[in-house]
Every structure is written in structure tokens, then in C-alpha cells.
Ligand binder design. Structure first.
Ligand SMILES: [Zn+2]
Ligand SMILES: [Zn+2]
Length: 232
């Protein structure tokens, strides 16, 4: 009966979507999403009161006062994240969500009104991370990694923007410089700005290589390391 009371009090606060309703009891059962938990609470309340389902239904999830429709935009967020990370090469990923303080406050208010602990169930950001992450995994064929993902897609609900954080590989090493004329990094030719050409002619400054020096430590060292890390 306690679950039905939770549903009754939560739904008395105004329009609440299935995800926000089900998130209140996210710690109960598993193998189902919060949307189905919420739907079940709604149906349970209709059965307990012997009312038509329409009495407790929400016609448009975008009207939810708790998440202001964000839980209804999971596909959209996943598409945005996919577009943002598309240019990078990665095998593992994770999604992070910046939830505005106003929405976090709504989550807390809903729990208070429903007579629950302020931390009951799951947080909005945790549900968004998981649900957007699941879809992003399907779109990119990458594996989720909570420890150190190659790419972290951060969804900012306040700005509607997704930014990507890339975990680069840093290589530490030492070398002894035994001769002059071998720079550490690639050094583009100044005469042609690294293009190798000047006025449609082969650049005389670099013989068309685009580099001031034929070789650099970076050019020699990077390919075998990339091959060893399997990112090349
Ligand atoms: Zn909601
Ligand atoms: Zn040149």
C-alpha cells in the first residue's frame, strides 16, 4: 500500500512524467527502466481507486513540472552527443549531464510532497546519464567505461549543448640529442606555411615536403607508439 500512497501523493503535485514518477522508487526491482516503474505506479493507483487510467494519465510528458520535459528528450540528447563525438576516434565513452539547480530542486520538492526521503530513488542526472548513454552506445557502437573513457560527452541542460572531453594518451620519455638539426616537434616550412608549394610551384625552401627539417623526434616516435596503443 505504501507504493500506492507514494504514487497518489506524487501525482497530486501536478503533471509528472513516468520517468520522474518511477525514479522515486528506482531502488525497487530491476530489469526495467524508471519509465515502466512510473507507468506501473500510475496503473496501480487507477486499480486501487477503481478509476479509469485517464484519471491519472499524463497526455504529454513534455508537461512534466519536475524535469520540464527533459526525460522526454533522451533521443534528442543522444543524437546531439553522437554529432559532437563523431569526429573523434574512440572505443569507450561515458555521458555526463549538467542538471540546472532548479530541476534538482524540483526533484527534491517532489520527494518532500510524496513523503519520501530527499535522496529517495535515483537522481535526475544519474537517470539521464544512463539513458542517454545507452542510446549513444547504440549509435556509436562504443563501450561504456565509467573509469577512464576515451571520450566523455557532457550534456548541459541549461544551454542545450553537448561538449566532448577527450582522454589523450600522454607519453613520457627521454632522448639524447646527438646532433643538431633534428627538432622535437614537426616544424612547418616558413616559406610555404607547411603547404609545400609556392605559387603552384614546389617550394624551394623545403623541396615540397612542407617541413623545415626532413625529420623530427615526433615524426619518428609517434607512429610506433600509435601502433602500440592501437589508436593510429
Ligand atoms: Zn519528468
Ligand atoms: Zn616550403
Amino acid at each position: 500500500m505504501m507504493l500506492i500512497e507514494t504514487a497518489r501523493r506524487a501525482l497530486a503535485t501536478g503533471p509528472v512524467c513516468d520517468n520522474c514518477l518511477g525514479r522515486l522508487v528506482a531502488d525497487r526491482s530491476h530489469g526495467l527502466g524508471n519509465d515502466r516503474r512510473g507507468e506501473a505506479l500510475r496503473v496501480g493507483l487507477a486499480l486501487a481507486d477503481d478509476e479509469p487510467l485517464s484519471a491519472v494519465a499524463l497526455s504529454d510528458p513534455a508537461d512534466c513540472w519536475v524535469c520540464e520535459g527533459e526525460l522526454d528528450r533522451i533521443e534528442w540528447w543522444a543524437d546531439q552527443a553522437d554529432t559532437t563525438v563523431r569526429g573523434y576516434e574512440f572505443e569507450t565513452y561515458q555521458v555526463g549531464t549538467k542538471v540546472p539547480p532548479l530541476l534538482e530542486e524540483n526533484d527534491r520538492l517532489l520527494r518532500e510532497e510524496a513523503g519520501l526521503d530527499p535522496e529517495a530513488g535515483e537522481s535526475m542526472s544519474s537517470e539521464l546519464n544512463r539513458e542517454i548513454g545507452k542510446r549513444l552506445g547504440e549509435l556509436t557502437d562504443a563501450t561504456v567505461d565509467f573509469e577512464r573513457p576515451d571520450v566523455l560527452a557532457v550534456c548541459d541542460l541549461a544551454t542545450d549543448e553537448v561538449s566532448a572531453q577527450i582522454n589523450s594518451a600522454f607519453v613520457y620519455g627521454r632522448y639524447r640529442k646527438r646532433e643538431r638539426g633534428l627538432p622535437q616537434t614537426e616544424w612547418p616550412c616558413r616559406e610555404c606555411n607547411g603547404t609545400g608549394r609556392q605559387r603552384d610551384q614546389v617550394c624551394p625552401g623545403c623541396d615540397g615536403t612542407g617541413y623545415r627539417y626532413d625529420l623530427s623526434v615526433e615524426q619518428l616516435v609517434a607512429p610506433p607508439i600509435q601502433a602500440a596503443l592501437d589508436v593510429g
